[in-house]
Design a protein around this ligand. Sequence first.
Ligand code: NAI
Length: 340
Amino acid sequence: SRALKPVVSVALQNGAKNFSTTSEMKIKVAVLGAGGGIGQPLSLLLKQNPLISHLALYDIAPFTPGVAADLSHLDTPVKVTGHKGPEQLCDALTDSEVVVIPAGMPRKPGMTRDDLFNTNASIVRDLTLCIASCCPKAIIAIITNPVNSMVPIASEVMKKAGVYDPNRVLGVTTLDIVRSSTFVGEINGVDPRTVKVPVIGGHSGITIIPLLSQSQPPCKLTDPAQIDKLTKRIQEAGTEVVKAKAGFGSATLSMGYSGARFCNAILRGLKGEQNVVECAFVKCSLAESEYFATPITFGKNGMDKVLGYGKINEYEQKILSQAMPELLKNIKKGVEFAKK
Ligand code: NAI
């Protein structure tokens, strides 16, 4: 435990409080789709997380054990194992308390997230089926797009298997929050890490609703046309990256960063830290849809509380109303697919 002391101090610097000993820190995290554009940088960051004891990297790509071997040389205490192909999936999942899923196809220029549905729906369904049997209590963080449909699919699969806990199936929308903080930080001329902007609704196009009226510190923009422009930039920021990568993928590095941040929030909750807040796309009754992105807190069982979104202004109310039919449609598509 002496060798682990520096690890505890890193954990404390990162805001992870109230741990008595390092020996309690035994959390296994599985990354499904670990060989991909998101999976690799995400795993690189998770290998540096002091709250993780074992990182299991799974992908259908044949080079997955190589990614694990590469990462295992980092001088951090996290054990890394590589698992390739469906026959090794259960090994990766067994004893995992957190499962992060970035497996699946990303967008190419001209595609919407919904265009990925046909390919990614069966990937997420099949992976969730294995989670239901190998680690039914794990907290599942879904990065695969379209998130608005993948969370309902995973939830229905867990329901069918009789192991569904809505607090443990979370859609990752953190990149929308990270982008909002970055853009408002630029506008206000401050460190973006000090900016907090809740983003609600869903995770695609018009369903991404940044609550700029609740920005802390307040966003300097006051002109409604400029607010509208910034809102649209946040909604289309993913497409900005897809276009710039010109057919070679979508956001991977910023998503790896965001996924690692979201995973850290889950881990801090698991360790008993209070008041850890992030937005996520979850089952809740805030809107007419069954699932909705909202600020939540984390606890020992995944999502602890749905914080809701408080008071929103007229403009935000309008874009939220406009987004609801699309969000409802995305959710229905996922539910129907899983029920087939
Ligand atoms: P990528 O194509 O670079 O990597 C995907 C990986 O998934 C590949 O290594 C592939 O072998 C693997 N894979 C495919 N089927 C699998 C299966 N059945 N089991 C395990 N692994 C499997 O794609 P990238 O850029 O990493 O994106 C992954 C997903 O994340 C896409 O659906 C993308 O749209 C989504 N995404 C989500 C964001 C969010 O904010 N939630 C942001 C950016 C991307």
